[in-house]
Design a protein around this ligand. Structure first.
Ligand SMILES: Cc1ncc(COP(=O)(O)O)c(C=O)c1O
Length: 369
């Protein structure tokens, strides 16, 4: 059986008439950059989040960078984030001239609030929790620490569209939430795209200004900014897909329950833990396993694609060798990086595929291969 890691084709096929019509409308109107389709998407996304503002931009990395700039972060500042995330989070910090400071994982693969306070210095200005894999980070504890130290909180929601903690959606706990609409994300465009949500109108104005060459009015530039825009085609596609996100997230959640049900009795396999009171949207279904690289090869020989998010925790990447971190600085991230394995996950995955994948893992560990 051939099982891809994500299957964007099935989803397009299921929505083809609607998506094709949306694309055709943008082509007919030639509203390629900005314009009514972008405005309509921003309005719909903000409304679905119950927030005042959505500022769209070119991608999820820019969404973090623009947010940090609009929050006034710059050279001399420190911004704290998780050791286990995609490099985009820390790249955006460095782009502002600030220094990234990493915190080790908790058992849910997120920034561990118990290790956060020790990283706070006089230079710390903000914290970026990442709702990695689609599950909310420990927001109550992280927010309490941020509040007591007067730190800004910007949530990286690139993997957590509409995930919630106690019914409150990720992206609404701090100053802003940032999103990626990279095609493989739970809400994915057909190219790059990103957005920021916030209830702070001054911050929203500064973010919009910075993302558009520092200009609200054509050729009047209040500051120097950047060019980071969502295009009309992506906005129209995202507006169609936004109507389906809840069902897709629910399908992913059901697939995750099925995986866990089938895998939890294999002694070698550690299934992802559900944080209490959270709705996990399973952007990624991540196991922890021994002999991980052999298992990957075996699954590949069975036609099953897998992935690792992420094979090297950020502090140990060559890009951060200047921080001179040692394995003992982040014991959990150091251990997990050799064990984590992401299984195929997308709404259109079938029970038959999940059973085949789970049986293959069982065969591998019971040495029937
Ligand atoms: C946690 C996280 N943050 C930020 C990003 C950056 O998003 P983009 O690729 O749209 O720039 C990603 C994308 O992979 C991500 O997974």
């Amino acid at each position: 059986m051939n099982i891809p890691f994500v299957d964007l084709k099935s989803q397009y096929q299921s929505l083809k008439p609607e998506i094709d019509a949306a694309i055709q409308m943008v082509l007919n109107d030639t509203t390629f950059v900005g314009g009514k389709y972008v405005e309509a998407f921003e309005k719909a996304f903000a409304s679905q989040y119950g927030v005042k503002h959505c500022i769209s931009c070119a991608n999820g990395t820019d969404a973090i960078y623009i947010s940090l700039k609009a929050a006034g972060i710059g050279p001399g500042d420190e911004v704290i984030t998780a050791a286990n995330t995609f490099i985009a989070t820390s790249e955006a910090i460095t782009q502002t001239g600030a220094r990234p400071v990493f915190v080790d994982n908790d058992e849910y693969f997120h920034l561990d609030p118990a290790r956060l306070e020790e990283k706070i210095t006089a230079k710390t200005k903000a914290v970026i929790p990442v709702h990695l894999y689609g599950q909310p980070a420990a927001m109550d504890d992280i927010k309490a620490i941020c509040d007591s130290h007067h730190l800004l909180m910007i949530e990286d929601c690139a993997q957590s569209h509409f995930a919630a903690l106690d019914g409150r959606q990720t992206g609404t706990f701090g100053l802003a939430g940032t999103f990626s609409f990279y095609p493989g994300k739970n809400l994915g465009a057909y190219g790059d795209g990103g957005a920021i949500i916030t209830n702070d109108s001054d911050f929203a104005r500064r973010a919009r200004l910075f993302a558009n060459h520092g200009s609200e009015k054509k050729y009047i530039h209040e500051i120097e900014g950047i060019n980071s825009r969502l295009d009309g085609l992506q906005a129209a596609i995202l507006s169609v897909k936004l109507k389906y996100i809840e069902g897709w997230n629910e399908a992913r959640y059901q697939h995750a329950l099925k995986y866990t049900d089938l895998l939890q009795d294999i002694p070698e396999v550690k299934c992802p833990k559900l944080r209490p009171h959270c709705s996990h949207i399973f952007h990624i279904y991540c196991l922890r396993v021994p002999q991980r690289d052999h298992l990957i090869d075996y699954l590949k020989s069975e036609g099953i694609a897998t992935n690792i998010h992420y094979p090297i925790a950020l502090p140990y990447l060559p890009a951060y060798s200047y921080l001179k971190h040692q394995p003992e600085d982040f014991p959990v991230a150091s251990e997990y990086q050799n064990e984590i394995l992401s299984l195929p996950m997308y709404p259109e995955l079938t029970d038959e595929q999940i059973i085949f994948i789970s049986d293959s893992i069982l065969k591998f560990y019971s040495r029937q291969v």
